[in-house]
Design a protein around this ligand. Structure first.
Ligand code: T3D
Length: 267
């Protein structure tokens, strides 16, 4: 399942592909991985590159150093030539969130430290999150007179429920990894030293599963939020028709009957 091409290199993030798993590391640790224009462009390119690479079965998103991501780089925002906020969101942040949510491969957020502002939204846009004990989440927007963005208002209520989302977004208090686990936002909290391994464990499990079925499941879960039960039932039937016609489904059935682990190929 090894990568079939060299991963592109970037200046503000790292993209490493190893044994069907792509790891994207936000890599400006001195600024707590705050998002500059270059970094947003790199991140979008990385997700697009992963989307094209069928050898990649699952993705880890994490941060270098002590933070996951401190959101928009506020020093860059204060530059006289900074784009207006709405433009920056439409042209740079929103495409990243769309790329993450439409990516066929599941994304595991390995939340190693603080995830603030748009950094929290990036964490919310992952499919599954594991966190280090010292990690925290902060909807920092209100503190600087802004509105949660980059999908935060859409994703958070769906992850934790509307009452909790309102509390977190309006009051803007930081919350810990343990709180996030309690809210159902992260699946596991581990020691900082154990985070990479814990994330790898979850990601490797996903990477061993049937890729088409995972991609269809991701889409179905997302679509279910905006349709009624009848449409969701029809959507499930449609997607099951696709999944049921794959070689991986036949392999899953054969493996069950032969009492052996399945070997899914993505076909
Ligand atoms: O274009 C647009 O603006 C639209 C999009 C907006 C989306 C957003 O993300 S808005 C929200 C932006 N983010 C924030 O408001 C968070 C700002 N950062 C903080 O509140 C704190 O840094 C943290 C709570 C995240 C961490 O606090 P702490 O005490 O652990 O670290 P620190 O000392 O504050 O930060 C360490 C360094 O990182 C420091 O640099 P220095 O002094 O050592 O040279 C600090 O300036 C830098 N840093 C942290 N966050 C940012 C940042 N530099 C630029 N931008 C940041 N967001």
């Amino acid at each position: 399942m090894g990568g079939d091409r060299a991963a592109p290199s970037f200046t503000t993030i790292r993209l490493e592909i190893d044994d069907a798993i792509a790891t994207i590391t936000l890599d400006r640790p001195d600024a707590l991985n705050a998002l500059t224009m270059a970094m947003k462009e790199d991140l979008l390119s990385a997700f697009r590159s992963v989307a094209r690479d069928r050898s990649v079965r699952a993705v880890v998103l994490t941060g270098a150093g002590r933070a996951f991501c401190a959101g928009q780089d506020l020093r860059e925002r204060l530059q006289p030539d900074a784009a207006p906020l709405a433009v920056e969101l439409r042209e740079r942040y929103n495409p990243i969130i769309r790329a993450m949510r439409s990516l066929d491969q599941p994304i595991v957020g390995a939340i190693n430290g603080v995830a603030a502002g748009a950094g929290a939204s990036l964490a919310f846009a992952c499919d599954v999150r594991v966190a280090a004990e010292g990690a925290s989440f902060l909807l920092a927007f209100g503190r600087i007179g802004l509105v949660p963005d980059s999908g935060g208002t859409w994703l958070l209520p769906r992850l934790v429920g509307s009452a909790k989302a309102a509390e977190l977004a309006l009051l803007g208090d930081a919350f810990s990894a343990a709180d996030a686990e309690r809210f159902g936002l992260v699946v596991r909290v581990v020691s900082a030293d154990g985070l990479a391994e814990a994330a790898r464990e979850v990601t490797a499990r996903l990477a061993s599963m049937a890729p088409r079925a995972l991609a269809l499941t991701k889409r179905a879960l997302q679509r279910a939020w905006s349709v009624d039960l009848d449409e969701a039932l029809e959507d499930e039937a449609f997607r099951q028709g696709i999944a049921g016609a794959t070689a991986d489904h036949a392999e899953g059935l054969a493996a069950f009957l032969e009492k052996r682990p399945p070997r899914f190929t993505g076909e």
